[in-house]
Design a protein around this ligand. Structure first.
Ligand code: URA
Length: 209
């Protein structure tokens, strides 16, 4: 799948392995997620358009390059997506933020929407959708279906972990959306969890279990 970018930088892999451990505390899980999110942002923004900016150095005037962070929108799939936002915003502080609230129906594992809020002028923005786990793909697909109704200029998807089932589902539903992940794990279990995975990302970020 040419649209899938596995970020296998040693720093990313190191932090992901520490996060997987069931003995990682909520505190260290969150800190590692924060650091990992910054590194993933570095990769996903690699081809962002730049514009010229004239600056005066202490010695002379020159034309440098800047990104237009205000045109970027990070779209968090609640609630686990919010765990990625802090790290992303610390490296792109001018970005806008949208939220999509979806819950997983425990019987059908399908996504049900309960919240949707985007900044204005979405047609001028590049959207980066974030959710730590691309598992069945139901939430990501539903979120991107909904986001496409706002017509953003482009859409990318960032997660920490995915699996062949999630990638296949995304490839079928949204082949135009590039996926950035730190790893592709083996498989899904019968409850829609990624194996070997890292457990329930939301619970581990917020300490709810
Ligand atoms: N969501 C999670 O938090 N973990 C998984 O393994 C799959 C979906």
């Amino acid at each position: 799948m040419s649209n899938v970018h596995v970020v296998n930088h040693p720093l990313v892999q190191h932090k992901l392995t520490l996060m997987r451990s069931k003995t990682a505390s909520t505190n260290s899980f969150r800190r590692l997620l924060n650091e990992l999110s910054m590194l993933m942002t570095y990769e996903v923004t690699r081809d962002m358009p730049m514009q010229d900016l004239v600056v005066e150095t202490p010695l002379e005037t020159m034309t440098g390059k800047v990104i237009d962070g205000k045109k970027l929108v990070f779209v968090s799939i609640l609630r686990a997506g919010n765990g990625i936002l802090d790290g992303m915003l610390s490296v792109v502080p001018g970005a806008r933020v949208g939220h999509i609230g979806l819950y997983r129906d425990p019987k059908t594992l399908t996504a049900v929407e309960y919240y949707f809020k985007m900044p204005p002028e979405m047609h001028e923005r590049d959207a980066i959708v974030v959710d730590p786990m691309l598992a069945t793909g139901h939430s990501a697909i539903a979120a991107i279906d909904r986001l496409k109704e706002c017509n953003p200029k482009s859409i990318k998807f960032v997660c920490l972990l995915t699996c062949p089932e999630g990638l296949a589902a995304m490839e079928k539903a949204h082949p135009d959306v590039p996926i950035y992940t730190a790893a592709i794990d083996r498989q899904l279990n019968d409850h829609g969890y990624i194996l070997p995975g890292l457990g329930d990302a939301g619970d581990r970020i917020f300490g709810t279990q």
